[in-house]
Design a protein around this ligand. Structure first.
Ligand code: C2O
Length: 561
């Protein structure tokens, strides 16, 4: 009798500990994001920028896999804003995804919206940014997901972990830069500097003081979480004299490999390990443009930060960087990206899509609003559709509330006219049509998309991002995709998984995923200029039958239009 009681009490104690352990495993984090103006000085010039909590870059959101996150965003600025959690899957919960007029209406001045989400089976480096016009030029920050308590990285724990957020700086208000471009129809002014954690580094005037420095001890291993938050620019990144070992991209682990330089497209992240095994001294980390479009102006500056061995005072060593148009280095780098082991790639698909992507030009009558090349306005398109965002209600609200005349579901699965995409494209094919065209996917369908760059005006390497998903990159190549010979070379064993794919300049990339996340999900070029010109489309992923396969109801504080 008594021993029974002891047994039961003991059992209860074990149960209670188990319960509290799971609790400890799933912490809840609360953040307050006040979007507000702040005067910032860079390159000897001050102006007001939009920030979160007055910080630039914004606060680091640091959580564990499995945690619940609540972020109350209050708009104390004069522009409408939304925040997007780039790369988070937001299962069944596009309400917390953030793109303006896609999954929500903007948070108006003086209003707030609370993003609530759970990190489900994701760990690594992601980031958050404004998803409202070009405001992400200054409104961004790192989103770091550690493994669950009791779990570790698939590599020895580094001594230090540093978020390295790369950006672009304009010495004037980004909204006026945008308005000027969208008024004239011409390309926008290029940035005045690249930045590392908000600082251009001491190669620039008036920048010595702010230059970011990190101190290491000889022998330390450091995890650099490199995030490309630049508005419009692909970037090479390197550290003088040190090898970088790539261990993850877009918050998915990769098979480790060593390299001197990485290329990160806007939206992408790359985690690298660095061991401080060189002569104690000071070494520059440096970022510079990879610019693949022909004859297009770009920011040709170099941003730096300093890695210094404890008490070293020597002059920092500048690393060599690839030439701005060194596509070979980019290809060699991306060809090495692989999943750590065999993965489950869909091999049969229900949807085989082919998207021709690139520029497009709208003819116009000469004048101040027609400053693009040869009497045109710049545009961009996917399968000849130049995407137009709704302005009265979000696509997700229109979908769930069945509001008519907001969008159509006739986004073409293949280009309406086939042509030699990467050859010389006849002018007659340069002008896209405008539309808000979506594409329906049944829940659970296996999808393949071949993204094909076009040579309309110029070919260019475009970073294409899909919201709400990770996809396998099964193949890429140059020229036109050849459906009879290219699939034979696909990697169906250990392809890397990403949320943003840099489609090779004048080439193609093939991606695959299972449509297991219901909702409305934007796919777009993560170069904000191209997005504004219409380089986007959206998928509607329909509900499945099970409870875990359906959209969650909208939160009660969802902003109204
Ligand atoms: Cu980071 Cu729709 O973007």
């Amino acid at each position: 009798m008594e021993s029974n009681l002891v047994f039961i009490v003991g059992l209860l104690a074990i149960l209670l500990t188990l319960v509290s352990m799971t609790k400890a495993n799933e912490a809840t984090h609360y953040y307050e994001f006040n979007v507000q103006e702040q005067t910032v000085t860079r390159l000897c010039k001050s102006h007001q920028i939009l920030t979160v909590n007055g910080q630039f870059p914004g606060p680091i959101v640091e959580v564990r896999n499995g945690d619940a996150v609540t972020v109350k965003v209050t708009n104390k600025a004069r522009y409408n804003v939304t925040i997007h959690w780039h790369g988070l899957r937001q299962m069944q919960n596009p309400w917390a995804d953030g793109p303006e007029f896609v999954t929500q209406c903007p948070i108006r001045s003086g209003n707030s919206y609370t993003y609530r989400f759970i990190i489900q089976d994701q760990e690594g480096t992601l980031w958050w940014h404004a998803h409202s016009r070009w405001l992400r030029a200054t409104v961004y920050g790192a989103l770091i997901i550690h493994p669950k308590l009791g779990f570790s990285y698939p590599f020895p724990k580094p001594k230090l972990e540093l978020p390295i957020v790369l950006g672009e700086w304009w010495t004037r208000d980004i909204v006026s830069v945008m308005q000027q471009a969208l008024f004239s129809g011409a390309a926008p002014n290029i940035s005045d500097a690249l930045t590392i954690n908000g600082q251009p580094g001491d190669l620039f005037k008036c920048s010595q003081q702010g230059t970011v420095r990190y101190t290491v001890n000889p022998g330390d291993t450091v995890l650099l979480r490199v995030i490309n938050a630049a508005l419009n620019q692909q970037l090479f990144f390197t550290v003088a004299n040190h090898k970088l070992t790539v261990v993850a991209t877009d918050a998915v682990y990769t098979k480790p490999f060593a390299t001197d330089v990485i290329m990160v497209g806007p939206g992408q992240t790359t985690d690298v390990l660095l061991t401080a095994n060189q002569k104690p001294g000071r070494y520059y980390m440096a970022a510079r443009a990879y610019a693949s479009a022909r004859n297009a102006p770009f920011d040709n500056t170099t941003a730096t930060a300093i890695l210094e061995y404890k008490s070293a005072t020597s002059r920092p060593i500048l690393p060599p960087l690839p030439a701005y148009n060194d596509t070979n280095t980019v290809t060699a780098f991306s060809n090495q990206l692989k999943s750590p082991e065999k993965v489950n790639v869909p091999t049969k698909f229900d949807q085989s899509l082919f998207f021709a992507i690139g520029f497009g030009f709208f003819n116009c009558s000469p004048g101040p609003r027609c400053q693009g090349p040869n009497n045109t306005r710049f545009g961009a398109s996917m399968n000849n559709v130049s995407f137009v965002l709704p302005s009265r209600v979000s696509l997700l609200q229109a979908y769930t509330n069945k509001i008519p005349n907001i969008y159509t579901t006739d986004f073409p699965p293949t280009p309406p006219v086939k042509f030699d995409y990467t050859g010389s494209v006849p002018r007659g094919l340069w002008q896209p049509i405008r539309g808000t065209k979506l594409y329906n996917l049944k829940f659970g369908s296996n999808v393949q998309i071949v993204l094909q760059d076009t040579n309309i005006f110029t070919t260019e390497d475009h970073p294409v991002h899909l919201h709400g998903y990770h996809f396998y990159v099964v193949g890429q190549g140059f020229g036109n995709f050849n459906p009879s010979s290219d699939p034979a070379r696909f990697n169906l064993i250990d392809p890397p998984q990403r949320n943003t794919i840099d489609v090779p300049v004048g080439g193609w990339a093939a991606i695959r995923f299972v449509a297991d996340n219901p909702g409305v999900w934007l796919m777009h070029c993560h170069i904000d200029t191209h997005l504004a010109w219409g380089f986007a489309m959206a998928f509607i992923v329909e509900d499945g039958v099970g409870l875990s396969q359906k959209l969650l109801p909208p939160p009660s504080d969802l902003p109204r239009c």
